[in-house]
Design a protein around this ligand. Sequence first.
Ligand code: ATP
Ligand code: MG
Length: 260
Amino acid sequence: MIPDSHPRSRSLKTRHALIDGVKNDIVAESGLIAHGRGEAFDYLLGEKTHVFALNAIKAAAALLKTANHPVISVNGNTTILCGKEMVEFSNVSGIPLEINLFYRRPERYRAIYSYLSNLGGKHILGADETKFTELPNLESFRRVVDARGILIADVVMVPLEDGDRTEALVKLGKKVITVDLNPLSRTALASDITIVDNIQRVFPLLQKFFFEMDNETAHEILENYDNSFIIKEALETISSAWKVDLNEKFEEIRKQKGMT
Ligand code: ATP
Ligand code: MG
């Protein structure tokens, strides 16, 4: 039991939800390690959505809006971290969610399918064996995709993705949107739109922009969008996190502990 009064209670609850996800076959064990890497960057970002992330989310909304065949790729971590929000966005936008796993086992994609269905998900791909096919240029299990989804998609949103598959999708001529707290990961650098933010904060904003935006605005946003500028801003923000006033920080901690 984690008390709400604990200063890191949200983060601790998330960790426990992911651990339960491992027990229920939804999250891969290495997903816990990937989460830890993400958490470290989120700490340095002050655990908030910065302007560069907001601008990338707006561009993502614009690209999804103007796509012919958009798809959102889902894995175990994203299911636990923001399953409810993804299902809501998918249901109201009609954009399908496709289960796509690096550590692929039938128990896992079935468990994720049940979890998302129980949340009310209406457009979930990647769990019907009769629709499985393969991407040509990828060795990992993530090459297995749904013939109705990623295979024919022109825009793929791949949050918390591995670099190899991002590069494979780009090479196939697809436009790629990612959410990745590490602005220097291969995925962040290879994507067309990189949202450097915690996935737990992204979908409600994406949904808001998606429905507020008309097509003309969407085209305008995409014309003016520069992903390398966004990544640079994210890096600068993370770098400036180290330039804290240490005396102020010590004082803060002393006060929290009732030491002064
Ligand atoms: P790459 O393969 O792209 O070079 P990597 O090998 O460092 O990246 P992976 O484990 O392949 O990392 O991908 C997981 C990525 O997801 C990491 O970059 C991590 O920072 C990011 N990540 C983890 N948790 C979150 C989260 N909650 N929100 C956004 N990003 C996250
Ligand atoms: Mg990787």
